[in-house]
Design a protein around this ligand. Sequence first.
Ligand SMILES: Nc1ncnc2c1ncn2[C@@H]1O[C@H](COP(=O)(O)OP(=O)(O)O)[C@@H](O)[C@H]1O
Ligand SMILES: [Mg+2]
Length: 394
Amino acid sequence: MRIILFTGKGGVGKTSVSAATAVRCSDLGYKTIVMSTDPAHSLGDSFNMEIGDKPKRLKEDLFGLEIDVHEELSRNWGKIQSFIKKNLVAVAKFNDLVAEEFAVFPGMEELFSLLRLKGFHDKGEYDVALLDCSPTASTMRMLSFPDIAGWYMEKFFHIERRIMKMVRPVLNPMIEVELPNDEVYGTIEVLYQNIDGVKEILCDDKVSSMRLVMNPEKMVYKESQRAYSYLNLFGFPVDAVVVNRVFPPEAGHYLRKWNDIQSKYLKEIEESFSPLPILRSSFREVEMVGMERLREMARELYGDRDPTEVFVSERPVKLTQHNGSCCLSLHLPTANEKDLELSMYKNELIIRLGSYKRNVLLPRAIADRKLVKAAFEGKRLNITFGGRKDGEGR
Ligand SMILES: Nc1ncnc2c1ncn2[C@@H]1O[C@H](COP(=O)(O)OP(=O)(O)O)[C@@H](O)[C@H]1O
Ligand SMILES: [Mg+2]
């Protein structure tokens, strides 16, 4: 199964682009499911049809699903949540409502939606699954959650289980903490394995791709740049950028200024995201509602291309870490050390290679490190960062 996730700032067109891609995939004969994890569902509005928590057939080879995140949460986390809640109330004297909030971690609700995706993947029921994600910040929390959950579960539950078993007879009568029973542990273990499985699927670039949806405007573009840097940090493959709501040049006098503003940001988007392909869609006179309009949008975005293609042959940006240093590896169109110019502006790394310019926003963890070495290996430029610059009065 091929999986494509669409994320971006609120209102940029994630739902429309996901729906349009879905129509195109099913027209090509792929059995397709398009699902939304944004609690503010609007997939149904896009198709002008009712969609619910069970896959609904929208046309031949096309199914829609609006995931009920609260339902997923209670199914997967309900038992563990009541266990944590009970202890918070009994031991830490939390009030009921606060305890309930504390027993759910940020990103968790949406993460469980991904378990549905894993279910489809494991069953091989569909050829393509398209995910209309919630706005960027929640998507980042959702995608970083497997790492946090892994840490939490190993350090908190597994190790503690062994310790608790050893000390149970002494400890139990003295404090009121109820020990998790095997049922709770069983749930945690299954969940842990599934979450790990989700991460594995989403990081496999032959299976999954993330596509960043944006508009050519400053705030939207900056947020996408940050999202891109974090997706690279966590190792999620991004294979395209979608620029939606581009005003056509013939839009008329009233929009002329907007044409100029958008051209400026389109250029910056190219500099920040190349060699990712930039798929464009123009601002329409009407809302993107209904199968036919979505089909048109897809035609504009993909032309004759198959949306299920993996659009980049190798990852444009890779981040690795070993022995305390970090390596940022970039795929560049040419390898010519002589023309290479590197400079830093705040947390942005600016790369010039002859007439080619590229801006890379560095994650905070790297931005305050010293740049130690830059060298080409084939067409990849590997930049090594050493220790932190702390104390150097930056
Ligand atoms: N290219 C476009 N031209 C005109 N209207 C659009 C375009 N793309 C999206 N819209 C409209 O903008 C609104 C927000 O789009 P939507 O896809 O729901 O964004 P998101 O899911 O990112 O919040 C919707 O009313 C949609 O119909
Ligand atoms: Mg939406």
